[in-house]
Design a protein around this ligand. Structure first.
Ligand SMILES: *[C@@H]1O[C@H](CO)[C@@H](O)[C@H](O)[C@H]1NC(C)=O
Ligand SMILES: *[C@@H]1O[C@H](CO)[C@@H](O)[C@H](O)[C@H]1NC(C)=O
Ligand SMILES: *[C@@H]1O[C@H](CO)[C@@H](O)[C@H](O)[C@H]1NC(C)=O
Ligand SMILES: *[C@@H]1O[C@H](CO)[C@@H](O)[C@H](O)[C@H]1NC(C)=O
Ligand SMILES: [Zn+2]
Length: 494
């Protein structure tokens, strides 16, 4: 993949100009080529030695701004940060320009595996399938809500029905988040995480042991995932990767590399919608296709998932449970403060890289008060998010005292990696949900009828010209980039 190719593609970015209030998304065309200086700078040492404390006071859209699109974001505030350690080869923060798709040299996949290779990290894992025979035509269109009338989805609907797990009779929410759904937002019985941070016991939001970090990255595999894998490998770190099904089609070899290296692979939906806005059948399609493509590439089916934007309520919980998936969220310390680095929003232009580092500093400042371990939201989708992770966040975490125990979420739960997958789970430490004796009730209220009553025409994956339009109550929740548009842009490169 040539850097110039990526730079030449005009990827539409949707930016939130107002973060704390109601989001007002405006379409920006980030057509300008990324600064060539940002490419060169990856090799240049930052002024900061890895062992030395580093701090900065950075104007996010200052002189480093190299494209007209980025200039739009010059209103981002000056933010200071201070870390215990940074990577000597870190990309300078001033080169991580908000509102652009910064490019860096990409490391290729380091290893490819022959079909039939026996994984060694899980003793009873099946041999690797042959990803080269994967036919995208056998799967739904990338980054679109999968149709629900396919034989596969109809079969999964039957299986959800047959699971005996009751699906609460809750209408899907309207796009626009809490502000657009005042009744649902106020309805405590729905336990909608997005509006107030409600969690159920079945949600995994923390690691039990203090100073343990259940490391996670969302939205890959993607162009810069190898750069992250390289750093993790060098530092003997393992993570949980929440893979988007459509991205697995695009980068199957990368998914195999993650899995074979001992990282945990989990589900992050097919097209990345806000799941509470999606019909019951639509949710079944999103999760079912994601499980299937991961099984087709790895030979194993994940037992864990993360809802995009953390957008989960009791209906979404029940459907995912009926499909054998447990939700992994991220740590929340108050209804409005979660362990979200905000890294995703740098590419969207709504957050500066220095703000991400200050968010991270706040997260670290709260670690010792928790009484348990923690999970943080980060992404391996963009160059900036990977650069921030490998240049700043991970080096800082490695320098933390007391020493942090950094591991995949399944490991921080003190379970073996085999518990992460259907085919390798012996059901002893990770028993699967058992069917209740109650007849399933789908959201139409009619037993056994998989019809949703809510108006789902606002499914974020299919409307608004691809613009994600889920509103937020807090700046910690929402990303500003259109997934559909962004991934459609990426697909051009494949
Ligand atoms: C803990 O987190 C809160 C919310 O992000 C933040 O305001 C506060 O500064 C943090 N505490 C420390 C000691 O960093
Ligand atoms: C674990 O439970 C699943 C679902 O009930 C079943 O298909 C599988 O065979 C069980 N595994 C073992 C090792 O018993
Ligand atoms: C669900 O199961 C019931 C029986 O338990 C059956 O009557 C109904 O047709 C099923 N619905 C679907 C959508 O499979
Ligand atoms: C569903 O919502 C869309 C947009 O919000 C609206 O245009 C449409 O009329 C609604 N349909 C129904 C049946 O309420
Ligand atoms: Zn995501």
């Amino acid at each position: 993949m040539k850097l110039t190719v990526l730079g030449a593609v005009a990827l539409p970015i949707v930016a939130a100009h107002s973060v704390q209030e109601r989001h007002n998304f405006a379409r920006q065309n980030a057509a300008a080529a990324p600064a060539s200086s940002s490419v060169a700078s990856v090799a240049a040492s930052s002024a900061v030695a890895s062992s030395a404390a580093a701090s900065g006071s950075v104007v996010a859209s200052g002189s480093a701004v190299a494209s007209s699109a980025a200039a739009t974001f010059s209103s981002l505030p000056t933010v200071s940060w201070s870390l215990l350690s940074t990577n000597p080869t870190a990309v300078p923060i001033s080169d991580l320009v908000p509102g652009t798709l910064t490019t860096q040299p990409q490391l290729g996949a380091s290893t490819t595996f022959a079909p039939g290779t026996q994984p060694t990290v899980i003793s009873n894992a099946p041999p690797l399938p042959n990803w080269q025979t994967l036919s995208p035509a056998s799967y739904p269109t990338l980054d679109r809500a999968p149709p629900t009338d396919s034989p596969e989805v109809q079969q999964w609907i039957k299986e959800v029905n047959a699971s005996g797990i009751a699906i609460p009779n809750l209408a899907p929410t309207q796009p626009g988040g809490c502000a657009a759904n005042p009744q649902f937002a106020a309805d405590q019985s729905r336990c909608w995480w997005t509006c107030g941070g409600c969690v159920r016991d079945s949600d995994i939001s923390d690691c039990p042991d203090p100073y343990t970090w259940g490391l996670t990255y969302d939205d890959g595999p993607a162009l810069y995932t190898p750069n992250l894998l390289n750093y993790l490998d060098q530092n003997d770190l393992k993570s949980t990767f929440f893979a988007v099904g459509s991205r697995v089609i695009s980068y199957p070899a990368l998914l195999q590399e993650e899995y074979m290296a001992g990282h945990q692979i989990a589900v992050h939906t097919w097209s990345h919608p806000a799941m509470t806005t999606v019909s019951t059948e639509g949710i079944i399609a999103e999760l079912g296709w994601s499980k299937k493509v991961i099984k087709d590439v790895l030979g194993v089916t994940p037992l864990y998932w993360r809802p995009p934007y953390g957008d989960i309520d009791d209906r979404v919980r029940a459907i995912s449970k009926a499909m054998g998936l447990e939700p992994i969220m991220w740590t929340r310390i108050s209804p409005t403060a979660t362990f979200d680095t905000g890294d995703f929003n740098v590419a969207g232009g709504t957050t500066s890289a220095s703000q991400v580092l200050q968010n991270w500093q706040n997260i670290m400042g709260n670690v010792s008060t928790l009484g348990h371990g923690f999970i943080v939201l980060e992404h391996d989708l963009f160059a900036q998010t990977v650069d921030i992770a490998t240049g700043y966040i991970l080096p800082d975490a490695l320098a933390f005292t007391p020493k942090l125990d950094i591991k995949p979420v399944i490991s921080c739960l003190n379970k073996p990696m085999s518990d992460a997958y259907l085919e390798t789970n012996d059901n002893s430490s990770n028993p699967l949900p058992t069917a209740s004796s109650v007849n399933p009730t789908f959201s139409s209220g009619q037993t056994g009828s998989a019809q949703a009553t809510g108006n789902t025409s606002g499914n974020t994956a299919t409307n608004q010209s691809g613009a994600v339009a889920v509103g937020v109550s807090s700046s910690l929740f929402m990303a500003g980039v259109s997934f559909v548009a962004f991934f459609a842009g990426l697909a051009v490169l494949l």
